[in-house]
Design a protein around this ligand. Structure first.
Ligand code: ADP
Length: 275
């Protein structure tokens, strides 16, 4: 494994190359336990490059855990996750054994993935622009000038071009969430994970945040995995909806089919309760 250290530029090149036929994301026989609580057991699915997939299902069915595993915020108990054909945290060694990757190897792949959380998670002691440039400067090695100029155009894009010098606490929840989206996009992710990003917002602020995300969906080919209760939004932006129950996919289809003509009794009940 000598030569695993590479300059940021080389790793960036590695991140954007890849065979077009390889799925962007593969879950293979994924298992996740919290103590004795088995949340995911033998879960497998694939997401194509540029595909946008919404995860729906009752509370506790494992949707957030799936996003957090991809973000490497939770440790995988069993199985494998691949990004562009490369193992994310564990690989099958030559002898067939499941082996954990080294933190440096994980970090290289992990940086291709961005996540926006329900609770924004901005750094309160930094200005809006400092929040956005932090990772591009420290992880991607961009100069401050370059990162600032990119951050400014992202802020323009999310409708907050004049708020860069303010502290996040002075912004509304919807504005903070738009900053969080800009911060995730500043890392130029190939995969964007959205975990109930409008659930903590007052209803009148939801529209602006969804508008920004619609814009991202329409103008980029970023692969997206979304957990949301905004079914109209899911219908508009996603290519596929996966319905989860107790850690298993019980039904999946294009959004129109899923919402107009669900097949599974569990899906029908779930959709009736929330629509
Ligand atoms: P969903 O997003 O579908 O509501 P989650 O992925 O949040 O479901 O949770 C799935 C299950 O995992 C639940 O039983 C939850 O209690 C459990 N769980 C999630 N995170 C943790 C954690 N950090 N520690 C212990 N149990 C957890």
């Amino acid at each position: 494994m000598s030569g695993a250290m590479s300059s940021p530029d080389l790793s960036k090149f590695a991140a954007t190359s890849g065979t077009s036929g390889t799925p962007r994301i593969v879950f293979e026989d994924v298992e996740k336990r919290f103590g004795k609580n088995v949340v995911l057991n033998g879960l497998g699915f694939e997401v194509a490059k540029g595909e946008r997939v919404t995860l729906i299902g009752p509370s506790g069915s494992g949707k957030t855990t799936i996003l957090r595993l991809l973000m490497t915020l939770e440790e995988l108990s069993g199985g494998y996750i691949y990004v562009d054909g490369e193992p994310l945290t564990h690989k099958k060694a030559d002898n067939g054994k499941r082996t954990a990757l080294r933190p440096k190897e994980v970090a290289l792949i992990r940086r291709r993935i961005g996540m926006v959380f329900q609770q924004f998670n901005l750094f309160p002691n930094m200005s809006v622009i400092e929040n956005i440039i932090e990772a591009p400067v420290h992880v991607l090695g961009q100069s401050k000038e370059e990162a600032r100029s990119k951050a400014q155009s992202l802020l323009d894009q999310v409708g907050l071009g004049d708020r860069g010098d303010e502290h996040p606490t002075r912004l509304s929840g919807g504005q903070q969430q738009r900053v969080a989206i800009a911060r995730a996009l500043a890392m130029e992710p190939e995969i964007l994970l959205l975990d109930e990003v409008t659930s903590a917002l007052d209803p009148e602020l939801v529209g602006d945040v969804l508008g920004v995300l619609r814009d991202v969906a329409n103008t980029t080919d970023i692969t997206m995995l979304l957990v949301t209760h905004e079914m109209q939004f899911a219908r508009d932006v996603s290519h596929r909806v996966m319905m989860f129950d107790e850690g298993h996919i019980i039904e999946e289809s294009a959004p129109d089919a899923m919402f107009s003509n669900p097949q599974h009794e569990r899906t029908k009940k779930f959709l009736q309760a929330i629509l």
